[in-house]
Design a binder for this molecule. Sequence first.
Ligand code: BTN
Length: 258
Amino acid sequence: MSTKNKLSKENILQHLKSDINVFCFDTIDSTNNEAKRRTDTLSPTPTLFVANHQSAGRGRLGRSFYSPDSTGLYMSLLLQTNSKFSNIVTLTTATAVCVAKALEDLCNIQPQIKWVNDVYLHDKKICGILCEAITDENTCTIEGIVIGIGVNISTTDFPDELKTIAASVGQDIDKAVLCAKISDNIINVFKNIEDKSYIDEYKNRCMVLGKEITYTENGISKTATAIDIDKNGGLVIKTESGVKTLSTGEITVRLKND
Ligand code: BTN
């Protein structure tokens, strides 16, 4: 597998349908970090930061994201939010659907989503999503959102701790096309983020529904059955003590026997 193509601003722009400013780096610490450093670019026109390699790629819950040169897609979209925007969870959920649909269209594969926002193929993680808010210090309102996406495209040399849980798309796809497709999908969903139509698309691809899960709450590991996704992207679970809904941030979910 060659995954020959290095990304460039020109080849991304060639495939983008939406109006987006693009910054492309050969190597950078983290495209999310760069987006957060460049809040001067916050405007109604979204900004895309892409790199062929990240030296300090970041994941959720303080983890790192393995980002070797050229074998993955590492991108962050910086979007300006209006004063009504409050729910970063919905955007994270919607982004997982946008990535899954782009991969379905381009690669003819059927990725699944592990709640909250990891994209899986054949029970291994091929993509992680890290959304971060940009907050106005004076008003304490969210003025922007960074949507960071890392897709393993042809990576094979995962470090030992990832070998059993991570995988790649495994096709020699054009990263610029994938990057543009994911970006366009997100821009289109973001325009109507309040209509929640992506929730059904999320459910159709959700690999945890009907399964037993373990989750950690306040440091204690508990088991439950995942039964639904609510309209805000929360995971509805059935526990010994009744039905409850988990929201992101406070818990981690693992399929039993993971
Ligand atoms: C996770 O799996 O926990 C989320 C991983 C998110 C990785 C992407 S790669 C592009 C962007 N830059 C980062 O440093 N992280 C996100």
